[in-house]
Ligand binder design. Structure first.
Ligand SMILES: [Zn+2]
Length: 298
């Protein structure tokens, strides 16, 4: 589909979640590659280079296939690629993830389910090995590379002439997931709030996101998301009690009990990102005893 600014949007199906992901093609640069399941229209498109916004499966999973089909080199954030290898390239990542969730109060049978799911899933994610690495200040085919951490530690945006290709940094209808995960930056919500402020300063005219419609009022949307997280921080603080609770218990008060394993994983990670922000703002305290992490109110 042709949009303004010479942007071509290629939408691929997803089995879960928002059910679709957008890739964008602008003058020979393909941004993101979908999950990599099924046919992708790469061979018919004139692709000279492939740029990845972040390592999540629906953005990077098709990178190796897209590179093979087009012969184009792949560009990915330096921090993002390190995390991509750590998560998708290591055999025991699901076990490390499960151990970490157990430490944060997730019941053992749910953690075991996580391991099973993790192994089943990892096999499908074919990121491109040894891509060209990008950093804040890099340029690629006239695009300025901007690091926008939060939704992913090494999330990149690509900015040119007021157009920001933003992956999942900014979405119109949903609030991008901001979760704390093992072996990652310690305060992802703090990172995200700063990246939203940065977006307001950069003042793009339009944002092309990984899911949903183009965002024609990026600064306003960034402001709404800041407000959303401020409210969520208040709710999280109210859920804290005098006695310590695990992040899992707190996620149950915030998100309810009726969640499947994947939703619960997101809920616990999201709760943790808010708890760690509160710790830094003086609104919560963390302690750990007998291998279990708990949080209390101030
Ligand atoms: Zn994502």
């Amino acid at each position: 589909m042709s949009l303004e600014d010479g942007v071509r949007r290629l939408t691929l199906p997803l089995p879960t979640g928002p059910k679709h992901v957008h890739c964008y093609l602008v003058e020979g640069t393909l941004f993101d590659t979908g999950l990599g399941l099924g046919e992708a229209p790469w061979e018919s498109a004139e692709i000279q280079r492939i740029a990845i916004t972040h390592f999540h499966p629906d953005h990077v999973g098709g990178a190796a296939a897209a590179a093979a089909a087009t012969g184009a080199p792949v560009y990915q954030g330096g921090l993002d690629y390190a995390q991509c290898e750590r998560v998708w390239g290591s055999q025991d990542w699901p076990e490390r993830m499960a151990a970490w969730f157990t430490r944060h109060g997730v019941p053992r049978d749910s953690a075991a389910e996580l391991i099973e799911q993790g192994h089943a899933f990892a096999a499908f994610i074919r990121y491109a090995l040894d891509p060209n690495l990008l950093y804040e200040g890099s340029t690629l085919a006239g695009w300025d590379v901007v690091e926008l951490p939060g939704h992913a530690d090494g999330h990149l945006g690509f900015l040119r002439d007021g157009v920001l290709i933003a992956g999942d940094h900014l979405l119109q209808r949903i609030s991008p997931a901001i979760g704390l995960y093992p072996e990652s930056r310690p305060d992802p919500l703090g990172d995200y709030l700063a990246s939203l402020e940065r977006t307001i300063e950069l003042a793009p005219r339009i944002v092309y996101p990984g899911h949903g419609d183009p965002i024609k009022n990026p600064a306003e949307r960034a402001g709404e998301l800041i407000d959303h997280h401020r409210r969520r921080l208040d709710q999280t603080q109210r859920a804290l009690k005098g006695r310590g609770q695990t992040p899992y218990q707190i996620s149950v008060s915030l998100f309810g009990t009726e969640l499947g394993p994947t939703e619960r994983r997101f809920a616990v990670a999201e709760t943790l990102s808010h708890l760690e922000r509160l710790v830094r703002e003086g609104g919560a305290a963390r302690s750990e005893a007998d291998g279990t992490v708990t949080y209390t109110g101030p």
